[in-house]
Design a protein around this ligand. Structure first.
Ligand code: UTP
Length: 311
């Protein structure tokens, strides 16, 4: 069983982003700004922090802005240099020096499983990480590092799980699990994509971080389209979980901060939260937000709030 340390990260960014139309008509949703950086930059930073500096992006029709963002921009750099604007210059250069970034085209967006299969020639026969480009994990909660530790101990594949309210489980892949002797690690025995909440095997939702055994590629090659007519990564993982050929599947139960920027409401919450915590902007933004909330709150709610605060 392979227990080598992970070096390669695959970031699929070829989805259509239909939940965010029309903003995503000509711009990949992963490039939408979260305060002052595209969502995808947070994900690449996370991969680099976890020591994964060989990064493959699986891109689609709008790959230009992605490639440009992670490349040098001489014109802009020269203009900032002329102005003596060292701070902005270093910010602009930062995203061009984040690991070794490669690209592969998915062609048709046939599903997340298909996007991962497009990475096979680059990944080869070694375990690798997959990070979804619109799913942000707070840097204070080093999920990938924990998943790598679990992979080192058990081999096979590791998924990230988060408990969600029962009525929301139908929005996610869902895992049937058994406990292990470690509190935040479970053994995954089955997986189902977007189950009916009434028959879902648990409240454990699969979120956008994976460490995968390369045996997943053989499964993906023969996998038929599943839910929504897409080649589902969850279905391939289900096959791995139910056979022993490519090792077990474990889950890390994550209780930290996660931001789903592919969903409009969650995107807005993410921007507000990260803006409020931002080193430069946070103080002024929090003051404005406080006034805005108090001014826009109906009198009854304000009374209720002051009762809660006094109690
Ligand atoms: P999502 O299901 O969130 O992406 O896939 P989507 O299909 O673009 O979103 P909506 O539902 O239409 O708004 C999770 C990740 O997998 C990528 C997406 O770019 C996203 O980062 N993906 C999805 C691909 O790369 N290729 C695909 O065929 C599907």
């Amino acid at each position: 069983m392979r227990r080598t340390s992970i070096q390669k990260a695959v970031i699929p960014v070829a989805g259509l982003g239909t939940r965010f139309l029309p903003a995503t008509k000509a711009t990949p949703k992963e490039m939408l700004p979260v305060v002052d950086k595209p969502a995808l930059q947070y994900v690449v930073e996370e991969a680099c922090r976890a020591g994964l500096d060989d990064i493959l992006m699986v891109t689609g029709r709008n790959k230009r802005p992605l490639e440009d963002h992670f490349d040098r921009n001489w014109e802009l750099e020269e203009a900032l240099e002329r102005k003596g604007d060292a701070t902005r210059l270093s910010r602009v250069r930062e995203s061009a020096s984040m690991g070794d970034v490669h690209y592969v085209r998915q062609g048709d967006p046939l599903g997340l499983g298909h996007a991962v299969l497009c990475a096979a020639p680059h990944v080869g026969n070694e375990p690798f990480a997959v990070l979804l480009g619109d799913d942000l994990i707070d840097p204070r909660d080093p999920l990938l590092t924990r998943m790598s530790e679990v992979h080192q101990r058990f081999g096979g594949s590791v998924v990230a799980l988060m408990e969600v309210p029962a009525e929301q489980i139908g929005l996610y892949g869902c895992a049937a699990t058994a406990p292990t002797d470690v509190e935040d690690i479970v053994r995954v025995s089955d997986l189902v994509e977007k189950p009916d909440p009434r028959t879902a095997p648990s409240n454990y939702a699969v979120i956008g971080r994976y460490i995968l055994d390369p045996g997943i590629f053989d499964v993906l090659r023969t996998l038929l389209p599943g839910r929504g007519g897409e080649i589902q990564l969850t279905d391939a993982l289900q096959q791995l979980a139910q056979s022993t050929s490519a090792g077990p599947v474990h889950g890390v139960v994550f209780t930290g901060r996660r931001y789903d920027t592919g969903d409009r409401a969650d995107y807005l919450r993410t921007v507000v939260r990260l803006a409020a915590e931002h080193q430069e902007l946070g103080q002024d933004f929090r003051a404005w937000l406080r006034t805005y909330v108090l001014d826009s709150m109906p009198a009854d709610d304000l009374d209720e709030l002051s009762t809660v605060l006094v109690a």
